[in-house]
Design a binder for this molecule. Structure first.
Ligand SMILES: Nc1ncnc2c1ncn2[C@@H]1O[C@H](COP(=O)(O)OP(=O)(O)OP(=O)(O)O)[C@@H](O)[C@H]1O
Length: 610
C-alpha cells in the first residue's frame, strides 16, 4: 500500500496539512473555528503582560518623580490579563477534548470503511499493509488530538511571537530581527531533530509488530496450550526484551547525538541576547531609555526566545501527527486490489463456471495454479482432491474472488451469456455463495449471531440450519442460541467439532446457488460427519457444489472428481472412471482404503480397476 517512509519533506508535510485542515474543519466547524480564535487570543496575552509591566515600572518611576499615575487602572489591567489567560486556557482544553474525541471517531470510522472497501485478500498479504495498519490503528486515539493541539498552540505561538516582537520595536526596529536571526540556526537544527523521531518510529514499525506478536503469543488463549507444553514463555519474553532494548538503544543514541548537536547553536542565541542586553543597559546609562524599557527588554527577550523555541518545537512535533495523517490519506486512497467493477454486467441466470487457462501466483511466490481449463455445468457436484499444497483451496479462493487470476479468466454463465467474474458486482456474486471453510472464523458472539452474520433473522431458516448442521445436539438448557461463545467476554467454549457444526449452520442459513465446502467435516465424529454429509447431499441438489476434501469416502456424493497436483489439473472424471484409469486418484483411494483396513485394495475389489 503506502511505501515505507523516510524523513518527510516540508512540501509533503504542507500538502498533508492542506488536505487535513478542510477535513478537520468539516468534521466540527464551530468548535474548530472557536479553538483557532482562542489560540490567536491567547497569543496576544504575553505581549499585553509585557506592556503592562513596562507601564507599571514607568508609572512607579513617575510616582517617585512626583507625577500623578492611575495605579488602580494598571492593577485592573494586570488582573484582567491574568483572568483572561486562565479562562482561555481552560476553555481551550475543554474544546480541544470535544473536537479531538469527535475527530478520533471520524478517523476510526474511515479506517473501518476502508477495510470494508478492500474486498480481496491480496492487499492483506503485503507486510507494508500490516505496518500501516499498526501505525494507523495505534495512532487513531491520540494523533488527531496531537494535531489539533499543535495547530492551536502553533497559532498561539505565532500570535505571541509577532506581538512580543512588536513590543521590542519600542527599542529599535532592528531588535526583533537580530533576535530571530540569532535563533534561526538553532530552530532549524531543532526541527531536523524532531523529524528524525518520526523516521525512527516508522523504521521500527516492523520490529514493533514482531514484539507485539511475541506478546500476543505469550498472552492469548489460542496459543496457550503449546506455549505451556513447550515452555515457550521465557523464550518469548527474552526475544521481546532483546528486540525492544535494541530499538531503545538506537533511539537513545540518536537522541543524545541530536541534543548534543544543538548546544553550539544554543550558545550562539544566548550570545545575541546578552549582546542586546548590554546594548540596552548602555542606552539607559546614556539616558536614552527609561527603567520601564529595561524591564521590557528583559521580559520581551526572554519571552520572544521562549515563544520561538516553542514554536519551532511545535512545528517540529507537528511532523509526527502530520506524517501520521499523510499515511492515513495514502492508506485511504491507495489502490485496493480486487474491486467490484464501476459498471457491473448483469448476473447470469445460469450458474455454470468455466475456467480458461487460469494461472495464479500469490505475491512474490511461484505459481500456485498453472493453466487450468475446465467447465462445471450449473447444478453439478464436483469434488476436488489432491495432496497438500496442490492448489485446491487456491482455486476456491479465486472462485470467491478473494484474488484475481494472474493469467486466464473465470467465466460465469452458460455458453450464451458467459461473463467474466471480474465484470460482476462482487457483493452480488458473493451473496449467492455459501461456504464452509477449512479455517472458518470463530466469532466470540452468540451462537445466533455466529449463524446470521448480520443477515436478517428468519426463524424457519434458522431452525433448518441448526437441525441440518447437527448443531441442535449442541444446544441444551444452559446453552441456547443466545449463549455467548469464546472466553474473551466470559462466554462458553465449544469443542472443535461443535464449532465446525456452527460453521456449517452458517452456510446452510444462506440461500446460495453455489455451495463451497472446503474440508467441511475435518473435525466431526463419524456419526456427525455422516449426518452433515446427508444434509450437504440434500442441499447440493440443484446447486453447483464444490467439495474440497481429503476424505475420499465423501467424494462419493460428487458427480465428478477433479484431481489436482502441484497446481495442475491432472485427472477429471467420475469415481469409477478414475479408479479404472489407475492414476493418482486410484492410488490415493487405495492408500486410504488400506489405512481404514477395509479389506481388499480397490483393484481387487472394483471390477472397473485394471
Ligand atoms: N496466502 C498465501 N500466500 C502465499 N502462498 C500461499 C498462500 N496460500 C497458499 N499458498 C501456497 O499455494 C500453494 C497451494 O496452496 P493451497 O492452500 O491452495 O493448497 P491445498 O491443495 O488447498 O492444500 P491443503 O490440502 O494442504 O489444504 C501451496 O504451495 C501454498 O504454500
Amino acid at each position: 500500500m503506502t511505501s515505507a517512509s523516510s524523513e518527510p519533506g516540508h512540501a509533503e508535510l504542507l500538502r498533508t496539512l492542506r488536505a487535513t485542515l478542510p477535513d478537520l474543519w468539516r468534521s466540527q466547524p464551530l468548535v474548530t473555528g472557536g479553538l483557532l480564535l482562542l489560540g490567536a487570543a491567547q497569543g496576544l496575552m504575553p505581549a499585553v503582560t509585557i506592556l503592562i509591566g513596562k507601564w507599571t515600572v514607568d508609572g512607579v518611576s513617575g510616582l517617585l518623580a512626583g507625577q500623578s499615575v492611575n495605579l488602580t487602572a494598571l492593577a485592573g489591567a494586570w488582573a484582567g490579563a491574568a483572568l483572561l489567560t486562565q479562562l482561555t486556557t481552560v476553555l481551550t482544553q475543554v474544546m480541544q477534548g470535544v473536537a479531538a474525541d469527535h475527530y478520533t471517531l471520524h478517523v476510526n470510522q474511515r479506517l473501518m470503511r476502508r477495510m470494508t472497501e478492500l474486498q480481496g485478500l491480496d492487499v492483506l498479504e503485503d507486510p507494508q499493509f500490516h505496518d500501516d495498519i499498526e501505525v494507523l490503528q495505534g495512532g487513531a486515539s491520540y494523533r488527531p488530538l496531537n494535531l489539533l493541539s499543535t495547530l492551536v498552540y502553533g497559532l498561539r505561538g505565532v500570535a505571541a511571537a509577532i506581538s512580543v516582537a512588536a513590543t521590542l520595536l519600542i527599542i529599535g526596529w532592528w531588535v526583533p530581527l537580530v533576535v530571530v536571526a540569532g535563533m534561526l540556526p538553532l530552530l532549524s537544527r531543532q526541527m531536523q531533530f524532531y523529524r528524525l523521531g518520526w523516521t525512527l518510529f516508522i523504521q521500527n514499525t516492523p520490529e514493533a509488530r514482531e514484539v507485539n506478536y511475541l506478546s500476543r503469543v505469550a498472552l492469548r488463549h489460542e496459543y496457550a496450550k503449546e506455549v505451556r507444553l513447550y515452555g515457550l514463555a521465557p523464550h518469548l519474553q527474552r526475544e521481546a526484551l532483546q528486540r525492544t532494548r535494541a530499538y531503545q538503544d538506537t533511539l537513545r543514541a540518536q537522541r543524545t547525538r541530536g541534543l548534543l548537536a544543538l548546544l553550539p547553536f544554543e550558545a550562539l542565541s544566548l550570545l545575541v541576547t546578552a549582546g542586546l542586553f548590554v546594548f540596552v543597559v548602555g542606552q539607559a546609562q546614556a539616558g536614552r531609555v527609561g527603567a520601564g524599557s529595561i524591564v521590557l527588554v528583559i521580559t520581551a527577550l526572554a519571552a520572544l526566545q521562549g515563544e520561538l523555541r516553542q514554536l519551532s518545537e511545535m512545528i517540529s512535533t507537528a511532523t509526527e501527527p502530520l506524517s501520521w495523517f499523510g499515511k492515513l490519506h495514502a492508506f485511504l486512497s491507495a489502490p485496493g486490489g480486487v474491486q467490484s467493477p464501476a459498471q457491473p454486467r448483469p448476473m447470469p441466470t445460469d450458474g455454470a463456471i468455466t475456467l480458461e487457462n487460469v494461472s495464479f501466483a500469490y505475491r512474490d511466490q511461484p505459481p500456485a495454479l498453472h493453466d487450468l481449463t475446465l467447465h462445471i455445468p450449473a447444478g453439478q457436484t464436483v469434488a476436488i482432491v489432491g495432496e497438500n499444497g496442490a492448489g485446491k483451496t487456491t482455486l476456491v479462493k479465486l472462485l470467491l474472488r478473494y484474488y484475481d487470476p494472474t493469467a486466464g479468466r473465470i467465466l460465469i454463465g452458460d455458453a450464451a451469456a458467459r461473463t467474466d467474474l471480474r465484470d460482476l458486482d462482487l457483493n452480488d456474486w458473493r451473496a449467492g455463495i455459501a461456504a464452509v471453510f477449512q479455517d472458518f472464523a470463530r466469532f466470540e458472539w452468540t451462537l445466533r449471531e455466529n449463524i446470521l452474520l448480520g443477515q436478517t433473522p428468519d426463524g424457519d431458516r434458522l431452525n433448518a440450519a441448526v437441525q441440518g448442521s447437527g448443531l441442535s445436539g449442541v444446544l441444551n438448557d444452559s446453552r441456547t442460541l443466545d449463549t455467548r461463545l469464546g472466553q474473551a467476554f466470559g462466554g462458553t467454549e465449544l469443542s472443535g467439532g461443535q464449532w465446525q457444526k456452527l460453521a456449517t449452520a452458517r452456510a446452510l442459513y444462506r440461500s446460495a446457488r453455489l455451495l463451497i465446502l472446503d474440508e467441511p467435516t475435518a473435525a466431526l465424529d463419524p456419526r456427525s460427519e455422516a449426518e452433515v454429509f446427508s444434509t450437504f447431499a440434500a442441499l447440493a441438489r440443484g446447486r453447483t457444489t464444490l467439495l474440497v476434501t481429503h476424505r475420499l469416502g465423501s467424494v462419493l456424493m460428487a458427480d465428478r472428481i477433479l484431481v489436482m497436483k502441484a497446481g495442475r489439473l491432472i485427472e477429471d472424471g467420475t469415481h469409477a472412471e478414475l479408479l479404472a484409469r489407475g492414476g493418482e486418484y486410484a492410488e490415493l483411494w487405495q492408500l486410504q482404503a488400506r489405512q481404514y483396513g477395509t479389506g481388499p485394495a480397490p483393484h481387487e475389489r472394483d471390477p472397473a480397476y485394471p
